[in-house]
Write a protein that binds this ligand. Structure first.
Ligand code: FAD
Length: 260
């Protein structure tokens, strides 16, 4: 089973800061990690490979420093790593990102499964996985909590709000993964050192036959008009008196605010 895992390097913080002038994410001074949901996707790919054989290829579109994320994935056990990087990819929105990644996946060829995270910690749109599936003309299953493979089919367990759904689909298929899916393995020092010596393939726009007009700013129909942090209310409400009366008052207040 040949599995491609799309991983994104994201800032190690839930407090993403935006440059008010350029409207882009401020990455300077913030340590970078593999997007947490993508670690679940890597883990699932490794488990499937352990059961069915085959190969796990990790791929990221990003600047040269995104290589660190690929090395971590190699340390976890991925077989191959590809960095898709070109100046003309800068300022790509989700459509252009999906175009670049799907072009790279076409170049890899011969895959059964594409795994992604449910969404990225920083951009948070969850648009890239469906974008890739659409551009490749393959089915997609989102919010996966489990995957079973059998021949040319996979059975995917999806996490819905109050229930699970099981979807059976023929390969090749793209599946986006949630964090409840598994516990990603933590590579030891030996694996990390070995990963440092592994080759990382670097592809630019020409290598994946990507048209410059469909990448970066030119290929991005989205324009960020304004960014701002939501104001947080620091005002609280105190409920005093007997515990029983206070508890009742809290419940009434929550009902009034339509929170419960
Ligand atoms: C107008 C505009 C300009 C932008 N300019 C820039 C810019 O200059 N620089 C910049 O860094 N960002 C820029 N962005 C943000 C960039 O478009 C998004 O970071 C990117 O498209 C991914 O979207 P997301 O973070 O919402 O990912 P999601 O769709 O939430 O990610 C879901 C999953 O898709 C996969 N995935 C997402 N991105 C990648 C990737 N790059 N490589 C591999 N797998 C991936 C991962 O598996 C991830 O878990 C811009 C966005 C807009 C709208």
């Amino acid at each position: 089973m040949n599995i491609i895992v799309c991983i994104k390097q994201v800032p190690d913080t839930s407090e993403v800061r935006i440059d008010p002038v350029t409207n882009t994410i401020i990455r300077e001074g913030v340590p970078a990690i593999i997007n947490p949901f993508d670690e679940n996707a890597i883990e699932e790919a490794l488990l499937l490979r352990e059961e069915h054989g085959g190969k796990v290829t990790v791929i990221t579109m990003g600047p040269p420093q995104a290589e660190t994320a690929l090395r971590e994935a190699l340390a976890m056990g991925a077989d191959e790593a590809i960095l898709v990087s070109d100046r003309c990819f800068a300022a790509s929105d989700t459509l252009a990102t999906s175009y670049v990644l799907s072009s790279a996946i076409r170049e890899i060829g011969d895959y059964d499964l594409i795994l992604t995270g449910k969404q990225a910690f920083d951009g948070d749109t969850a648009q890239v996985p469906p974008g890739i599936a659409e551009q490749l003309g393959i089915p997609q299953v989102t919010f996966a909590i489990g995957i079973e493979a059998e021949g040319r089919k996979v059975r995917v367990r999806r996490l819905l709000e109050d229930e699970f759904e099981v979807v059976e689909v023929r390969t090749p298929v793209l599946v986006s993964c949630v964090k409840q899916m598994n516990e990603p393995r933590r590579p030891g020092i030996k694996s990390k050192l070995a990963a440092k010596k592994k080759e990382i393939v670097i592809w630019d726009a020409a290598c994946i036959s990507a048209e410059a007009c469909l990448c970066g700013f030119d290929g991005s129909p989205t324009r960020v008009v304004r960014t701002f942090a939501p104001t947080r209310s620091t005002q609280g409400k105190r409920f005093e008196g007997e515990a029983r009366d206070s508890a009742t008052a809290v419940v009434v207040a929550l009902i009034d605010e339509k929170i419960i």
